[in-house]
Design a protein around this ligand. Sequence first.
Ligand SMILES: [Zn+2]
Length: 297
Amino acid sequence: MTETPTGRRFVLGGLLATLGLAPIGAEAARRQTSQAQPKSGTKPVPKTKSSAKAQPKAPAAKPRPARGRQAVGSKPAAPRPAPAPLPLLVIDPGHGGHDPGAIGPSGTTEKSVTLATALELKQQLEATRRYQVRLTRSDDRFVSLADRVSFARENGATLFISIHADSSSDHRARGASVYIRSAATPAKLKRVPPRSRAIARALVGEPPSPRSAWLRTALLDSLGEEVELTNDPAREAHFHVLGASGIASVLLEMGFISNRQDEAALKRPAHRRLVARAIRDAVGDYFTQLRQPSHRT
Ligand SMILES: [Zn+2]
């Protein structure tokens, strides 16, 4: 039984070879074989090569059902090695408590829209089942900047996303932007004598990891499809909250709360859902990029 088709394949292979199509033909045959296996199993035909190898194993496979049943019966769906823990994302809703942040023309506080967006984002990220998510605050309370950073550090965060809303005396200013930690020496430090500068530099922290920049790019790409961005949305600053070394950290300004249109948008749950979705997608893109060999460090 098995020989006939093999023979046929040889004949076919010979023909294809003469036509200069052998590799394709061979590959196609292999593909057909592998496709046919799960479906039909009607003929032993496709298995020729593999079945020969598989046969010695077959007897050994017979006792397996019993073992299999035991495993099922004793039910420890004991998934092999413990799965790797999910990456921890820390979401940081800006301001809170006695610190309202910026206040919009119609009285909307920055602290309220940052919290509402962070809560929405947490839900959306958790729904993917790909991450653990924690907030630096989940109600209207004051948390110091230092505590926000230590929270991320102590919990071993992989990502840190601080959420804010911008403000400007120019009420026409609109749009979202994303900050990472600045690599530049702060102007103040440039005036410090070199010896003290090293100490001051250490206090200021290390330059941002490239991962922060990837995250910023992913965020801007994703947000740019949904909301208006400022003219120069990829920014850097010496924000204390971006100071955790080794954690990809960004600060998102969702829009200008000082602008009536942006304020109105930030007040709408539907708009916040849209922003949260864009962030969620950006986080997904970030991890996809991170898995690419060229970006492994
Ligand atoms: Zn703010």
